[in-house]
Design a protein around this ligand. Structure first.
Ligand code: ZN
Ligand code: MN
Length: 490
């Protein structure tokens, strides 16, 4: 009998607010010393009073709406009690039975058809401090950096609707894209602002049998999530086929070994002893407020992708790449409203801009490990379009345009400046090209003889020689015509 895989993902995303969740400390501590963004509240001193970060509430409502959730009109905070050295108060102020958003969905593509993954809930809580483990002279000790303690953390719990590691990967990519479009989180997995835990189990296909749920933690990249789930799926199947029993437990992914290892079994499962946070009032969210926030939501990735296909006639592939990040989609659309854009050939402009962004621009971005925003600081959309116009009008050929773009990115100068500086404009002067053609013909008697004896291919070789001679600046069509003419004369 076949087994199917059931995966549910829990994502924690740090919210990109200026201040922390329950105090006024700043959240940007990336370039500061440890324990400098702290106060009695986030240090967990007794007797202090937390307050609620309004921005964090709005960001969470925005996210819940984007994930098609219902927003609670009544929400509250609860204490989740557990002792751990990175948890300053001994409890986390989280949400238990009245989360901000619930019962939503996110759709992914599986083999060309849409599949909805249910969203159980979206709630708000706070991050913990960071522990740093050191060993000096063989002695191990740990340090605590409290800067991260109290940073708003949004938890997005998904229904167990995911059926494979690939579906999990897609879900995470789509979710991250939404958070970034909304601007609520940097959602960077490597930096820890976007973290994922997974619950995975298998069961005989077509049954509702409940099998022990295994929680997998410590996955620090999309690739790690994918590998860990593939590994765990295989491990669970093997265990069953060998007639052994699976037990409910928490397992950690060990990246360099490529496997999960048991961390905690069910006997040690937490009892969090949740109870309502007595220092914070329940929060009533008015319908009017929800509609205000809904109206302010930016166009979401899927909608933008669909619009790129219908408005610009782009393929689904190109449209989804261009809308892969909001910054990329913005850059593309900014190109289309520049003054020079109208000088590109009619009906071809969109495709040209799209091709250049997905081709050369993406290549430069990848090779230099920068993002499109950084690229845009050097090469503004108007500058890219100016380059494309020079290419389209035949002032420079495509090879030259590509090398000019590299230099634009390095120096921030415009295509025209670089072109004039280096004398890179295309040679479209017949007399000049004819002169060079004569030289090429004299220097390559063999190819000339071949051509004249009917080998059409030799013309290509001669054009290549001419292009080389002019460092790619000759208008290739003109060069071909003139060479042909000269060869015919001889
Ligand atoms: Zn604080
Ligand atoms: Mn949590």
């Amino acid at each position: 009998m076949g087994y199917e895989t059931i995966i549910g993902l829990e994502v924690h995303a740090q919210l990109d607010t200026t201040s922390k969740m329950y105090c006024r400390c700043g959240t940007d501590y990336s370039n500061t010393k440890p324990n400098t963004h702290v106060c009695p509240v986030c240090l967990g001193m007794p007797g202090v009073l937390p307050t609620i970060n309004k921005q964090a509430i709005e960001y969470t409502i925005m996210t819940a709406l984007a994930l098609n959730c219902t927003i609670s009109d009544y929400t509250k905070f609860d204490r989740k009690n557990y002792p751990y050295p990175d948890l300053m108060k001994g409890y986390q102020i989280s949400q238990y039975d009245a989360p901000i958003g619930y019962r939503g969905w996110l759709s992914i593509d599986t083999n060309g058809s849409e599949k909805r993954i249910g969203i159980t809930r979206v709630h708000l809580e706070e991050d913990v401090a960071k522990l740093l483990h050191r060993t000096v002279n063989g002695k191990a000790y740990s340090l605590v950096d409290v800067n991260r303690s109290g940073v708003p953390l949004m938890e997005i719990v998904g229904d167990p609707d995911i059926g494979s590691a690939e579906e999990a990967r897609q879900y995470l990519i789509k979710l991250r894209r939404i958070l970034r479009y909304l601007g609520v989180s940097t959602a960077n997995m490597e930096e820890g602002s976007f973290r994922c835990d997974a619950n995975i189990s298998i069961r005989p296909e077509g049954t509702k049998e409940l099998m022990p749920k295994i929680e997998v933690k410590n996955m620090n990249s999309f690739k790690a999530v994918y590998r860990a789930l593939e590994y765990e799926e295989e491990r669970q199947r093997k265990t069953i086929f060998q007639g052994k029993k699976l037990t409910q437990e928490t397992r950690g992914w060990v990246e360099d070994k490529g496997k999960t290892v048991s961390q905690r079994s069910k006997e040690f499962a937490h009892d969090y002893r949740y109870f309502p946070e007595p220092d914070l009032p329940p929060l009533l969210i008015e319908a009017k407020k929800i509609e205000e926030i809904r109206a302010k939501l930016p166009e979401l990735p899927q909608a933008r992708c669909d619009r790129f296909m219908s408005d610009y006639g782009l393929s689904e592939y190109d449209a989804s790449l261009l809308t892969g990040s909001k910054a990329m989609a913005d850059y593309f659309e900014d190109c289309l409203v520049t003054d020079d854009y109208r000088r590109l050939p009619r009906n071809k402009g969109v495709k040209q801009v799209s091709n250049w962004i997905l081709g050369e621009v993406s290549r430069i971005i990848n090779e230099n490990s920068v993002d499109i925003s950084r690229f845009g600081e050097k090469v503004a959309p108007s500058k890219l379009v100016e380059l494309l116009v020079l290419n389209a009008e035949g002032v420079i050929n495509t090879a030259t345009a590509k090398s000019i773009l590299e230099e634009m990115f390095e120096s921030g100068r415009s295509a025209k400046e670089i072109m004039e500086d280096k004398g890179l404009s295309q040679i479209s002067d017949s007399i000049q090209i004819e002169e060079i053609a004569v030289r090429i013909i004299t220097a390559n008697p063999r190819a000339v003889a071949d051509y004249r004896s009917g080998k059409e291919q030799s013309l290509k070789f001669l054009v290549g020689q001419l292009m080389k001679e002019t460092k790619g600046r000759a208008n290739p069509n003109l060069a071909g015509d003139l060479l042909k003419k000269k060869l015919g004369e001889g």
